[in-house]
Design a protein around this ligand. Structure first.
Ligand SMILES: Nc1ncnc2c1ncn2[C@@H]1O[C@H](COP(=O)(O)OP(=O)(O)OP(=O)(O)O)[C@@H](O)[C@H]1O
Length: 295
């Protein structure tokens, strides 16, 4: 933990259900223990990308800690503009999808120690159009759900649950997708098409067993049917490798088009309905402090 002179803490004050005032105090104490100076950047929803980019350039911090969900990690990675400053994650979002793939402990004190520690993992990022995706993006029913949740004042997982039933009834699934990848064109029908860097959703659903966050590839996953039993099993961490239910294409680049615009999200951020996206892998793009190397 030595050698860190200044730490920038990026906090999303509204993410998840964790009390940020207590968390900031705890982080302050730990940063003082290593004789480093702490600077705090609170996100406001407006102009965060430019303001954070500016703050990083001014401070040139030795370490950036992120207390928020996937959206805040995505924001920080974009604001880094390729600077190789290690980040430490204190999961403080609703679903914490990326963090759940990094084997971080539940105890906050241990999380802070790891975030300030010297074991690192470089992870790939997927560039989708001009946005970063660190964890999962998808077209279809999950994005519809996130779109509904974005307009809600309820945060935390309860928000997803409350919105899921009406969303599923109103959905216009199945959707028609065309995927160009690995010099082939695939035409597929499905309820959800995911672009996955990691292997599980924040809920713990291990949807992408082939997924490695640092292998220079991403996976396109097509969930074909609305099979409630299989979905429940997947959520319960029991994926059955049934090509009738889900197909996987592993690639470094893909173009995906939809017959009609379909709800789309990246790392929990709803981006509206999209008809066409381009995705490519940016290998080893972000350095994260981790408990131990995952692979
Ligand atoms: N001060 C703020 N007030 C309102 N919204 C904010 C503020 N700061 C950030 N946001 C919004 O929070 C969203 C990012 O949330 P984040 O992903 O960190 O947490 P989450 O959605 O609770 O967690 P997860 O992505 O893990 O489910 C962005 O849409 C961003 O615009």
């Amino acid at each position: 933990m030595s050698g860190i002179k200044n730490v920038l803490l990026v906090v999303n004050p509204i993410s998840g259900a964790l009390d940020k005032a207590n968390l900031i105090q705890q982080i302050k104490l730990e940063v003082e223990k290593i004789d480093a100076r702490l600077y705090i950047f609170q996100t406001t929803k407006e102009g965060d990308l430019l303001n954070l980019e500016k703050r990083i350039q001014e401070l040139k911090p030795c370490r950036i800690l992120i207390a928020g969900g996937d959206g805040t990690i995505k924001l920080t990675a974009e604001a880094l503009k390729g600077e190789d400053i290690p980040v430490g994650i204190i999961p403080a979002g609703s679903a914490n999808g990326l963090a759940s793939n990094l084997n971080l402990p539940i105890n906050i004190e241990e999380q802070i120690h790891i975030a300030l520690g010297n074991t690192f993992q470089k992870i790939d990022i997927i560039l989708i159009n001009d946005e970063y995706c660190l964890h999962m993006a998808d077209f279809g029913i999950n994005a519809e759900l996130i779109g509904k949740y974005a307009g809600s004042t309820i945060r935390g997982k309860l928000g997803y649950v409350l919105h899921s039933i009406p969303t599923l009834f109103e959905s216009e699934y199945p959707f028609q997708f065309e995927i160009k990848a690995n010099n082939q064109t695939f035409k597929k029908e499905g309820i959800l098409l995911a672009i996955a860097n990691a292997n599980s959703y924040g809920t713990g659903a291990h949807v992408n067993p082939k997924g490695k966050i640092d292998d220079g590839f991403f996976e396109v996953l097509i969930f074909k049917h609305f099979d409630i039993i299989k979905i429940l099993k997947t959520l319960g961490n029991e994926v059955e490798y049934d090509p009738e239910f889900m197909e996987t294409i592993s690639t470094k680049e893909a173009k995906i088009s939809c017959a009609t615009p379909v709800a789309f999200q990246i790392d929990g951020e709803y981006l509206g309905k999209k008809e066409l996206i381009h995705a490519e892998i940016l290998p080893n793009k972000l350095t994260i402090a981790v408990p131990k190397k995952i692979y």
